[in-house]
Design a protein around this ligand. Structure first.
Ligand code: UTP
Length: 276
């Protein structure tokens, strides 16, 4: 796919505590939990590389090297598969380790998504970069990253993925205010993290796909904690609206929040039915 603005880097923050998945997240990072037999991080990596972006930075906790290791070449495994002539499996296993150039930065303390993204500052190679949250798993022929890249390629600027949510979900989400300018595309004028329902500007929530301007790092460096005492990316994107057009793309597709057990189960059932 054409990538006119030459976005070269994608960031996948995975350093969260994974409270909703305790107790398994005591020792297994949430992004290694599987849909059937494939960890959710692989879906995020594949979505990004399918759009022509191969430099991917994981923002991890210090105890999460196992996440990067999943993508390493497994020579013993390959030898075993070769010795047993299991050519189909060899192909897939080799493909996984060649999917992307994966680099790692660390977030020593889970101080929020904005703080996690800030840790990737020195690794970003282009004016704009992509952020993908693996918890938001979206199945669609044109994947969610492609959808926001298409908006960015047409209009420039920052772009976030959006989803319509039920009233009871509003106070747990980043909610936007904006004007519909084209089918499924909004020009945004405000956003607020976890608003009370009475203060919510809409029922449009940000989901985990972002194209951000590198200038966001200057704002993140000055950003105070807000909702949940965390440094929120939403606050910095809102502040960037002074110098930056910010668009929202209503993401088309089947969306699952696999950051909680119910969403993970629903996504697994969906996938099983698709593969029947
Ligand atoms: P979540 O809000 O889902 O937090 O983070 P979490 O810790 O993963 O899960 P819960 O809420 O405790 O159950 C959204 C994304 O941002 C990353 C997470 O790893 C996840 O991919 N994140 C969040 C960080 O990398 N660092 C943070 O400090 C917070």
């Amino acid at each position: 796919m054409s990538n006119k603005f030459l976005i070269k880097s994608a960031v996948i923050p995975v350093a969260g505590i994974g409270t909703r998945f305790l107790p398994i997240t005591r020792s297994v990072p949430k992004v290694l939990l599987p849909l059937i037999n494939r960890p959710i991080i692989e879906y995020a990596v594949r979505e990004i590389v399918s759009c022509g972006i191969s430099d991917i930075i994981f923002v991890m906790g210090r105890n999460m090297n196992i996440v990067k290791e999943y993508f390493d070449e497994k020579s013993d495994l390959l030898k075993y598969l070769k010795d047993s002539n299991n050519f189909e499996k060899i192909k897939e296993q080799e493909e996984i380790s060649k999917l992307a150039n994966i680099d790692v930065v660390y977030q020593d303390k889970a101080l929020g998504l904005g703080h996690a993204i800030l840790q990737s500052k020195s690794k970003i190679k282009s004016e704009y970069f992509l952020v993908v949250l693996p918890d938001d798993l979206i199945f669609n022929d044109i994947n969610a990253v492609k959808q926001i890249l298409e908006v960015h390629n047409k209009l420039g600027g920052t772009c976030v993925g959006l989803k319509e949510v039920q009233e009871e979900e509003i106070s747990n989400k980043g909610i936007v205010e904006g004007k519909l300018i084209k089918k499924n595309i909004y020009s945004l004028s405000n956003m607020v993290e976890k608003p009370e329902i009475v203060n919510a500007p809409s029922n449009l929530s940000i989901i985990g796909r972002y194209i951000l301007n590198k200038k966001i790092f200057e704002l993140l460096e000055k950003q105070s904690p807000s909702a949940l005492g965390e440094i929120q990316i939403t606050d910095s994107i809102k502040n960037s609206m002074k110098f930056e057009n910010v668009y929202g793309k209503l993401i088309e597709g089947e969306h699952f929040d696999v950051g909680n057990p119910k969403g993970m189960l629903e996504a697994s059932i969906y996938l099983t039915n698709q593969n029947k």
